[in-house]
Design a protein around this ligand. Structure first.
Ligand SMILES: Nc1ncnc2c1ncn2[C@@H]1O[C@H](COP(=O)(O)OP(=O)(O)O)[C@@H](O)[C@H]1O
Ligand SMILES: [Mg+2]
Length: 258
């Protein structure tokens, strides 16, 4: 059976399960994403009644594609990690140093499933610590379902593209989120930048697959890198604090004088 026939069959079967498939002509974008494993995971989520509408693509990134969806009238972000093209070597390093996942090794698929679960669990910890992130709803294999941050199928803009009234306030918010992540969630985001922050009235942190626990050997190095990125971005718009001072405030660790 050709790929296109397969998608049509998939759409019919999904629709038979009561799910509306919007933009069914997005076959091209689906091509490298909807492999066998992904279809099975999607069926399972649909079968559990966690998805009632599957919409068009919101973003096509390096490792994952994000689709719009709905459940009970609420918007969903359906994040699908690509099994074939994801950079699973880099993923392995982030997983190995994190005690929650250090026993994970082996196949490409296994790594990507662990990564998906890790992002789910990181979002849940961040949310428990009061950090504005999309609410994680479910995961299965390489698919993560989370709250959609946006309006009418359009995501809130990334910080780099957003209109921000008060950069000082946004900067303080982001530093506060980093501190709560560190002190309460015991996590470092590890890929924080104007790309992984959405903005609508306030900043929201997203994209937490690579976030690591504090016992990761590079946690502190990742934190410093995050601080540098945030300072680099905000220094164009407002005064920023000294890096070392931020690191001290976030970690509570005093640096000894050299
Ligand atoms: N929960 C969400 N709600 C709305 N849009 C989202 C959500 N998560 C991701 N997006 C959209 O997808 C883009 C990429 O998401 P991200 O998690 O950063 O994936 P990537 O690994 O591809 O960088 C975001 O910039 C945003 O436009
Ligand atoms: Mg991203």
């Amino acid at each position: 059976m050709g790929r296109r026939d397969e998608y049509e069959r998939f759409d019919r079967e999904i629709e038979a399960m009561g799910v509306r498939v919007k933009d069914a002509d997005q076959v091209k974008v689906r091509d490298d994403v909807f492999d066998e494993v992904t279809l099975v995971a999607l069926y399972r989520l649909v079968h559990k009644k966690l998805i009632s509408v599957i919409g068009g693509p919101v973003s096509t990134g390096k490792e994952a594609n994000i689709y719009y969806g709905e459940h009970d009238g609420r918007g969903l972000a359906i994040k699908i990690y690509r099994i074939q093209t994801a950079n699973f070597r880099a993923m392995t390093d982030y997983l190995a140093g994190d005690r929650r996942f250090s026993s994970i090794r082996g196949s490409r698929k296994g790594i990507i499933f662990a990564w998906t679960k890790k992002e789910y669990s990181n979002l849940a910890r961040a949310r428990d610590a009061g950090v504005p992130v999309p609410e994680p709803l479910a995961f299965d294999r390489n698919i993560l379902l989370m709250e959609f941050l946006g309006e009418e199928e359009a995501p809130y803009p990334q910080l780099r593209l957003a209109e921000v009234d008060d950069y000082d306030a946004a900067y303080r918010d982001v530093l506060d989120y980093m501190k709560r992540l560190y002190q309460d969630a015991r996590l470092v985001h590890a890929d924080l930048s104007e790309y992984n922050i959405l903005y609508h009235e306030k900043p929201y942190l997203i994209d937490m697959g690579q976030a690591v626990t504090l016992d990761h050997p590079r946690a502190l190095a990742f934190l410093i890198r995050d601080i540098k990125n945030i300072n680099r971005y905000f220094s164009r718009y407002c005064d920023v604090l000294d890096e070392q001072e931020i690191a001290r405030t976030i970690t509570g660790i005093e640096r000894r004088e050299p």
